[in-house]
Design a protein around this ligand. Structure first.
Ligand SMILES: Nc1ncnc2c1ncn2[C@@H]1O[C@H](COP(=O)(O)OP(=O)(O)OP(=O)(O)O)[C@@H](O)[C@H]1O
Ligand SMILES: [Mg+2]
Length: 221
């Protein structure tokens, strides 16, 4: 297995980046060095002649050591569409991601890899995030946005992670919707439904404070 975690979610926009940065802060608070990787990103902006993505830049800013942007985000697509479409002329090659991941592994104790979209979201014409996580050999952390429909999405994603033969090191409940009714009951149901440890419940925050979010998490085994 690789040394680190693959962070997936029940969907796009569920809090994978927020949870990843919170986990990075948590590990750092315990003296573990960590770097983040967002190997595949769509919706990038040209900055200083290089396409860059906000998620990858946040991971870069929170790394324990200085890391070149290109190593964190080897596939940066301008169009905000699925990578298998955005990357038609420069498709993701898993072996290239693996090479970058190996280089990052040499820089820190742990590499946290944020997926693109959800677990089965395509990364190229014939592979999806599950194939990438398998290639990297990483245990998976599942971020669940607590909203209507999340029980179905969380159970399906958990089953697919296990079907891929990877361990689920834990899941994180993310309170992205302040108006969600019966949040605690939903989290209780998920605790019973998902046979993996709950690493923490992230509250809704008007202004996201990563150290405060880190304080709500426990480190995965
Ligand atoms: N606990 C929270 N409280 C308030 N806002 C949150 C919380 N978690 C995430 N958000 C907000 O929700 C949005 C989506 O979060 P985030 O970018 O982490 O999701 P993601 O799963 O990484 O998305 P993507 O699929 O684009 O990578 C962001 O605007 C983020 O600031
Ligand atoms: Mg993200």
């Amino acid at each position: 297995m690789g040394t680190g975690y693959f962070i997936t979610g029940t969907d796009t926009d569920v809090g994978k980046t927020c949870a990843t940065v919170a986990l990075m802060r948590l590990f750092q608070q315990h003296g573990t060095t960590v770097v983040g990787m967002k190997p595949v990103a769509a919706g990038c902006m040209l900055q200083d002649g290089q396409l860059k993505n906000a998620d990858a830049q946040l991971l870069q800013a929170n790394a324990s050591v200085a890391v070149d942007y290109g190593l964190i985000n080897p596939y940066a697509y301008q169009q905000a569409v699925s990578p298998h479409i955005a990357g038609k002329h420069n498709p993701v090659v898993t072996a290239t991601v693996q090479t970058g991941f190996d280089q990052l592994q040499a820089l820190a104790d742990l590499v946290l890899v944020e997926g693109a979209g959800g677990w089965l979201s395509p990364i190229n014409a014939h592979e999806d995030n599950s194939d990438l996580a398998k290639a990297l050999g990483l245990p998976v952390i599942l971020v669940v946005a607590i909203r209507l429909g999340c029980i179905n999405h969380a159970k399906l994603t958990y089953q697919a992670i296990r079907h891929a033969g990877l361990p689920c090191a834990g899941w994180i409940a993310n309170g992205t919707n302040p108006d969600m009714l019966s949040q605690d009951e939903n989290i209780g149901t998920l605790k019973t439904a998902l046979p993996a440890p709950l690493l923490g419940v992230l509250p809704y925050q008007e202004v996201v404070d990563f150290d405060a979010l880190a304080g709500e998490l426990t480190r995965p085994c």
